[in-house]
Design a protein around this ligand. Structure first.
Ligand code: NOJ
Length: 740
């Protein structure tokens, strides 16, 4: 055992002793106090905050970010309460604090765990500077429905990508040592299944079979536990009839039992009392009983615990051991954060907000997050000096707030550099710029400025069209049924197209949008998500070729909303569609027999493929994949195989590529997806450089939860692909055997 592991173990033991000692001194009322989080001045918390803190009735506060006020609250808690227990200070620090990084879905498009970790580290330091010691991130709900507004906060549809980026985020927030200055506790949320809400309506019901829960929705959470995440948050949603906040199976049996998670679980906002609204309980007392029995340790912003737990224990419904277990878990995190040693924040000891390093990380994250969806005839990068004049059109070209995206409570809009500002400063007076906002906002209709925009396009050598969604159109409680470009944007695209100039669309959005009606009307599309504070300079660099786009889609782009859910790791089904088995609604021959339709799994009125597949993203150079091979024809259970391919940069530009490895388990006792991402690597290749990229696959990487409810690797044939998207074509195969 390495020294540091021994030290960690010693520290854990010491903390266990301190928790036990402290618990032994606490009254039942003080214990229940630790299980309550309040938002001062709001909701159910009475305003006599100081009094309640002195009485030991509050374990955590949420949504206070004034460092002086927080230091004062910590002073009251630690110096004026009987036992001096410090407070957890919670805040949603989702993709940055003052410096805003791309929305998590955009960060996922970087496929760069190290960069995501760096971003979380910057966010942790900025939040810590304000006195925050606990964030409610990462959100690692697998999201396969772009109607769901919270897809913006997710890392997309893929189990592996979400797991890796979630773990990286946990590492970034928590650092190596939770007690170190600048580290804050992370929270894996929302456990579990929230991303599967029916029709993408936020807060709606989910129905997820156990094998799917375990093979898909649980896995990023298990990875977060492995990464040492301190806390978990329950989901608002109903899971198979038992809302997550009252769901003993997921919280107690799986999270604590199977995964041995020893941090604590917080409810979502007032979600304990909502158990009654769900129809699970008759009143708040029963809700407190169900949540506590299921394993929810702390109540966020509600008063079911503070009003009813005491009575429930005194009445014998809830045991004091259950309360002790919950409180111990909460105290453990407080000890691990070092709050008993120092509950106060000295802002001067932490880096300044939005310092040069923070802005550089934000710029790099934005740069790597942008996905080049299409680029006909090399429309991008814009050639200089051929492009002597440029029309910059659209409601999102110069919108400091909108480019930040959802969940930016503390984000500083004044730091934002917009694409327009960045392009102006990059090109100086070498290019004549004509800026027309054209629409008041992304949703506007009846737009008097369209004629001005068309005139600007006609007079210019090229057009940059900034389209998409304002930040308010995604995020919590902001789901959409139609995920096309809102307002009259499609009309704007058509009008600009008619001007006959090269049209480059730069789309800022919180989700994959359906772009079928505009995709052929533009020459190139840069998909920039909501790119954050430094979105402008990143976009400017890409437009003018100072860097090549290298983002890859973390979620499939449907052609039409009716294709949802559409994701790369679907099952094959018994009648998979192919070009031969489909027919389009406009080509149906009324006289042909019904069976000539092919009878396969497709929609008559759209293609069975997505508009852009998961993992897709072009570059200004061209990467080629060759000679994919496996190091062995077969491996036995417990062994490792190496899968390699040669990746070549065929262009004359140095650029980055995300190399992706997919497998398919052809025959299994539970049918497996047609492709599963099993590895990825971001590489940088010089012009004409060729590199052999190796991926190690252990047979454990091929495991899935089988019929017996435990992980299995079943011997048999596996297909394996390496390529630049989930449409990768270079394939080889290997066989897993029981023994060799
Ligand atoms: C509700 C959201 O679902 C959750 O993600 C967030 O952390 C809490 N509110 C606190 O703001």
């Amino acid at each position: 055992m390495s020294a540091s592991k021994a030290e960690v173990l010693d520290r854990r033991k010491a903390i266990t002793r301190r928790v036990e000692t402290l618990l032994g001194q606490m009254t039942l009322v003080e214990k229940i106090g630790q299980m309550s989080q309040v938002e001062p001045g709001h909701g159910h918390a009475p305003d006599n905050l100081g009094e309640r803190l002195r009485a030991g009735l509050i374990g955590s506060v949420i949504n206070v970010v004034d460092v002086d006020i927080l230091n004062e609250l910590q002073r009251i808690a630690t110096e004026e309460s009987r036992l001096g227990i410090p407070l957890l200070i919670g805040r949603d620090v989702i993709h940055g604090f003052k410096t805003i990084f791309p929305i998590p879905l955009g960060q996922a498009a970087t496929w760069n765990p190290a960069l995501v970790e760096q971003g979380a580290r910057v966010a942790a330091r900025e939040a810590a500077r304000s006195g925050v010691n606990w964030t409610f991130a990462p959100m690692i709900d697998i999201s396969r429905d772009a109607r769901w507004g919270r897809i913006a906060e997710s890392y997309g549809e893929c189990v592996l990508l979400t797991s890796e980026l979630g773990a990286a985020t946990v590492r970034g927030f928590q650092g190596d040592d939770l007690a170190a200055s600048g580290s804050i506790a992370a929270c894996a949320k929302h456990f579990a299944g929230y991303g599967a809400v029916e029709s993408g309506r936020d807060y709606a019901t989910t129905n997820i079979p156990d094998t799917k829960l375990r093979n898909v929705y649980f896995r990023p959470f298990q990875a977060a536990v492995d990464a040492g995440v301190s806390t978990f948050m329950t989901s608002f949603s109903d899971l198979n009839g038992v809302p997550a906040t009252g769901n003993k199976y997921i919280l107690d049996d799986v999270l604590r039992g199977e995964w041995a998670f020893d941090g604590f679980v917080v409810s979502d906002w007032d979600s304990i009392r909502q158990l009654n609204i769900h129809g699970l309980t008759e009143n708040d007392r029963e809700s407190a009983y169900e949540a506590c029995s299921a394993g929810v340790d702390m109540e966020m912003a509600g008063d079911a615990y503070s009003n009813h737990l005491l009575g429930l224990v005194e009445g014998g419904d809830v045991s004091e051991e259950a309360i002790d277990a919950a409180v111990s878990r909460i105290l453990r995190v407080k000890f691990e954060l070092g709050l008993f040693e120092n509950p106060y924040t000295d802002p001067g000891s932490l880096p300044d907000f939005a310092n040069a390093e923070a802005l550089n990380v934000a710029r790099e994250a934005a740069l790597q997050s942008v996905v080049l969806l299409k680029n006909d005839d090399g429309a991008l990068p814009l050639a200089v000096p051929e492009t002597a004049s440029l029309a910059i059109i659209g409601p999102l070209a110069d919108a400091t707030y909108e480019q930040l995206g959802t969940w930016i409570f503390d984000g500083d809009e004044s730091l934002s550099i917009t694409p327009l500002a960045a392009i102006r400063s990059l090109v100086g007076d070498t290019i004549e710029l004509r800026y027309v906002r054209a629409m008041e906002n992304s949703r506007s209709r009846a737009n008097p400025e369209f004629d001005v925009a068309v005139a600007a396009a006609s007079e210019s050598d090229a057009v940059l069209l900034f389209l998409g969604e304002e930040s308010i159109l995604s995020g919590e409680a902001h789901s959409r049924a139609d995920i096309g470009l809102p307002g009259d944007q499609a009309e704007l695209v058509r009008r600009i197209r008619a001007a006959g100039k090269p049209v480059i669309a730069v789309i800022l959005a919180g989700r994959p949008l359906t772009l079928s009606d505009v995709v052929d009307e533009v020459d190139a599309i840069l998909y920039a998500w909501h790119p954050g504070t430094m979105g402008g300079p990143a976009i400017a660099d890409l437009v003018f070729g100072n860097a090549s786009p290298s983002g890859k889609l973390p979620a499939t782009f449907p052609r039409v909303v009716g294709q949802i859910p559409i994701y790369y790791s679907q099952k094959n089904g018994g009648k998979p569609p192919s070009k031969e088995t489909i027919v389009h609604i406009d080509e149906i021959d009324p006289f042909a027999p019904q069976t000539s339709l092919g009878m396969s799994a497709f929609h008559l009125d759209t293609c069975f493929t997505p508009l852009f597949p998961f993992g897709h993203g072009l570059s200004y150079t061209r990467f080629g994949y060759e000679h994919i091979r496996a190091s062995a024809a077969e491996i036995a259970l417990g062994e490792t195989i190496t899968i390699s391919a040669e990746v070549c940069n065929h262009g004359d530009l140095e650029a980055e590529e995300v190399v992706q490895l997919y497998t398919r388990d052809l025959v299994a006792s539970i049918t497996r997806p047609v492709k599963e991402l099993k590895g990825f690597r971001r590489i940088r290749l010089a012009p004409l450089e060729k590199q052999t990229i190796d991926f190690e696959l252990h047979t454990d990487d091929l495991a899935f939860y089988g019929r017996e409810g435990r992980p299995v690797v079943e011997p048999g044939l596996f297909h394996v692909w390496i390529g630049g998207s989930s449409d990768a074509e270079q394939r080889t195969e290997f066989r897993v055997v029981q023994h060799r």
